[in-house]
Design a binder for this molecule. Structure first.
Ligand SMILES: [Ca+2]
Ligand SMILES: [Ca+2]
Length: 298
């Protein structure tokens, strides 16, 4: 009888405190959390409860993986922050394909964070949701398509939403939809057909229509209308669609050190001694590489 009582109490405690989340690591499991810099092994992962970012100053690189949900109510594919006691600072989520969640990526009390190069689709509510006073975040180079809302900004303002393709979401509801009370969000070079309470800087609605979001002659992932180097060789390109060599040729001042530097700033410094020969002014979500001097950038 005593054993049964202890077992009952143990089960009760387990249900009360819930299941302790495990670290995602390189192969994510359902409901796992990210508290350290993480790169997923590329693959398709069925994660109906999604994953959460539960530490500041971390980078999640899905590395082209696809996270698949089951449309459960109120769940997100990737959630950054969640409550007053659990805000998040300086988080980056990049290179994720996320589909079939209620929310694709949610920023909830998230600050100074970046959502870059993700594909978010088939969300019942919003593809990318900025909510609950979240501010100073950067939403850059994402595809938000075939959701109810594409990108919904309803946070604390001062967010930057640029270079996104938000297309084929519900008509009228909005490819990009901003709350009336967050007028301080800004952005440019977005593609959309339905902009609700959203205007790119100096434009009415988005800068480009969805019909213009087609064509990529050099297959580098930067569509023709935005590609400053429309004939890039197949290698790493910057956000303007230029390769290392093309970029360095335009700068014309750093020679070999420019060609070999990690000017996109997405590799460990140990692999890139040339970073110390070339000034790389790089910042996630808005890097601006320059070739100018001899200060180590990393
Ligand atoms: Ca291109
Ligand atoms: Ca190009």
């Amino acid at each position: 009888m005593k054993k049964i009582l202890i077992l009952t109490i143990a089960i009760f405690i387990l249900f009360t405190i819930g299941v302790v989340a495990v670290e995602c690591g390189s192969i994510p499991t359902d409901g796992c959390e990210v508290t350290i810099d993480t790169t997923f092994n590329t693959g398709n992962y069925y994660l109906p409860n999604g994953i959460s970012i539960n530490a500041d100053n971390v980078v999640l690189d899905c590395n082209g993986s696809t996270l698949i949900g089951d449309h459960s109510i109120n769940l997100s594919g990737v959630q950054i922050g969640s409550s007053v006691s659990n805000p998040r600072l300086n988080v980056t989520v990049k290179n994720c394909n996320i589909r079939s969640y209620n929310f694709g990526i949610t920023l909830w009390l998230a600050y100074n964070s970046a959502v870059i190069n993700n594909n978010v689709s088939d969300s019942d509510s919003s593809g990318i949701m900025i909510f609950a006073q979240s501010s100073k975040n950067t939403i850059l180079n994402n595809h938000a398509t075939f959701n109810r809302r594409g990108i919904f900004s309803c946070g604390g303002g001062n967010n930057v939403i640029s270079n996104n393709i938000a297309c084929n979401n519900y008509p009228l509801i909005g490819d990009i939809n901003s709350c009336d009370n967050t007028p301080d969000d800004i952005g440019q070079n977005n593609f959309c057909d339905w902009a609700n309470d959203w205007n790119d800087t100096g434009k009415v609605g988005c800068t480009y229509t969805c019909a213009q979001a087609t064509g990529d002659s050099d297959l580098d992932g930067v569509i023709d209308i935005l590609d400053k180097c429309p004939n890039s060789p197949k290698e790493e390109v910057d956000q303007d669609g230029c390769s290392n060599v093309q970029f360095c040729a335009m700068q014309g001042i750093c020679g070999l050190s420019c060609n070999l530097a990690d000017w996109k700033h997405d590799e460990p410094f140990s692999n890139n001694p040339y970073d110390c020969m070339t000034v790389i002014v790089a910042k996630e979500g808005g890097y601006q590489p320059t070739c100018a001097g001899s200060t180590c950038a990393d």
